[in-house]
Design a protein around this ligand. Structure first.
Ligand code: FPP
Length: 263
């Protein structure tokens, strides 16, 4: 997958092509994180059961992954299932797990073909055994790929991740029988995202203005972009709009405003 594919698959003068041409390809976000929201509302609007929204959302997952791979964005993280999502009806949880398994089975060859590495962020051991098996197989098969890193946050909670990092630091100190001095770098190295750059851009679909316990540590300086579009309707044009908007932001990291060239 390459940027040429975007040119080959979009018509000159179309919305997608025009947006693509506005992206500064040398200033892409290095990590895009997405809170995929609005599947239930999408289904409700069509008098369909909620799970049909999740099913339709798979197409948007595919498009987000493929577009990031084509653009050469190094990391994409999708929030698929939170630690709080177990409170949903059993049937909905079961369908979500089934969809995940199906997605992995069907997409593995595409991930391999496109050099995409797949990883899971979250408390995976608490997931059903058959799902863990599928996830591990996917991670194992794609581990040597060096294109896009595609993370799925699954049974994920930002606070849970921070608690797990603390526990891991304590365990290590006890095992080494040595007191430990904690600083930000050490702490980050115990998160699920150890070694991965923090998100530059956090996208949320369906209009809610909250971060919902997602990557709480890592989004400290992320630029937020919210669209009213519901996740099953999210297509590359939305992703392009988010990136274009991100590139207009003046990122200060607590410092003073930099003067951006308007050339
Ligand atoms: C939020 O919509 C969406 C989810 C909790 C699940 C997202 C999962 C998928 C798109 C399918 C599987 C994913 C992968 C990565 C293969 P909601 O149900 O909260 O919507 P609502 O707010 O409108 O009710």
């Amino acid at each position: 997958m390459s940027r040429q594919d975007i040119l080959d698959t979009t018509v000159e003068g179309s919305v997608e092509r025009t947006l693509f041409e506005q992206i500064e390809l040398e200033r892409l976000p290095q990590h895009i994180a997405i809170i995929m929201d609005g599947n239930g509302r999408w289904a409700k609007g069509r008098n369909l059961p909620r799970v049909e929204g999740h099913r339709a959302g798979i197409k948007s997952v595919r498009e987000a992954v493929e577009t990031c791979a084509r653009l050469d964005v190094p990391v994409l993280t999708l929030y698929a299932f939170s630690v709080e999502n177990w409170k949903r009806p059993r049937t909905e949880v079961d369908v979500l797990m089934k969809l995940l398994k199906q997605y992995l089975r069907l997409e593995l060859s595409t991930l391999m073909k496109n050099n995409i590495r797949f990883r899971v962020l979250g408390r995976t051991p608490e997931l059903p055994a058959d799902v863990v098996e599928e996830l591990e197989a996917g991670m194992e098969r794609t581990r040597d790929n060096h294109g896009l890193l595609f993370n799925i946050a699954l049974n994920y909670g930002g606070r849970t991740e921070i608690v797990d990092a603390c526990q891991s630091i304590v365990n290590e100190a006890v095992a080494n029988e040595k007191p430990v001095v904690v600083d930000e770098a050490l702490f980050a190295s115990h998160l699920y995202t150890a070694g991965i750059a923090d998100p530059d851009l956090l996208i949320r679909t369906s209009g809610e203005l909250r971060v919902s316990n997602f990557l709480l540590w890592q989004i400290a300086y992320a630029e937020l972009w919210v669209t009213e579009t519901l996740w099953p309707d999210f297509r590359k044009r939305e992703l392009f709009r988010a990136i274009i908007d991100y590139q207009k932001r003046d990122r200060r990291y607590g410092g003073i405003a930099a003067t951006r060239s308007t050339a």
